[in-house]
Design a protein around this ligand. Sequence first.
Ligand code: HEC
Length: 199
Amino acid sequence: MKLTTWISGLLLFVVSIGVAIAFSHFTTSYSPLAADGGYSRTLSAAAAAVKFPSNYRQQFVHYATVDCPNSGVVRQMYIDRPSLERLKASEAVSNGAVIVMETYSVRRGDGNRLVPTQLNNLFVREKRQGWNISNSGGWQSTWYSPSGSLVSDSQSSCIGCHIQVRDRDYLFTLPALQMAVRTGQTQYQQTEFGTSVCR
Ligand code: HEC
């Protein structure tokens, strides 16, 4: 084979790889639904993730504590106060609501209760018109570390499980939230679900 033929063959090969990479980038950024099995998408830079609610300890209301005895985890749920106030007049959670779930490792306390020791994760969901995420009931999900760094803003795993409770506005603890609004008391319960759910 002549050297020039060989070099032009090589060039053609390199160019076609380049085109293939550019094309796959183009198609994944324009059809993100496909990668997520049709549920949703990983957030693009254009749709910012739910912000880390750095003030939730002061400004949110702790409405429920859920023990997960099988996995040795306690989960604590908080909602922003204006959304809690609006629930006094309406059973439905309003747009703008932000719910934070903390998850803790535990030690065994008196009776059956678990005592939180170390905070490990913050799971945040915000309800808003215009997120445009399918099967999420208007909620967007984000997972943060306790220090506020983003762990994941992929929507699909969160939606895949929360869709089971679409009749409760996609919130597992909606009944506890409504009871907390009626009574003014933080609700306590054990998880309705098996080991794998809690971390
Ligand atoms: C395998 C199922 C499953 C997956 C996956 C899951 N959750 Fe949940 N989530 C639950 C359950 C169950 C509860 C209620 C607490 C309990 O029983 O432990 C809950 C509760 C919550 C709550 C409190 C409000 C509510 O719905 O009760 C938030 C906030 C939350 N999850 C966020 C997330 C985020 C963010 C993700 C994805 C990173 C996620 N969840 C993924 C099962 C799941």
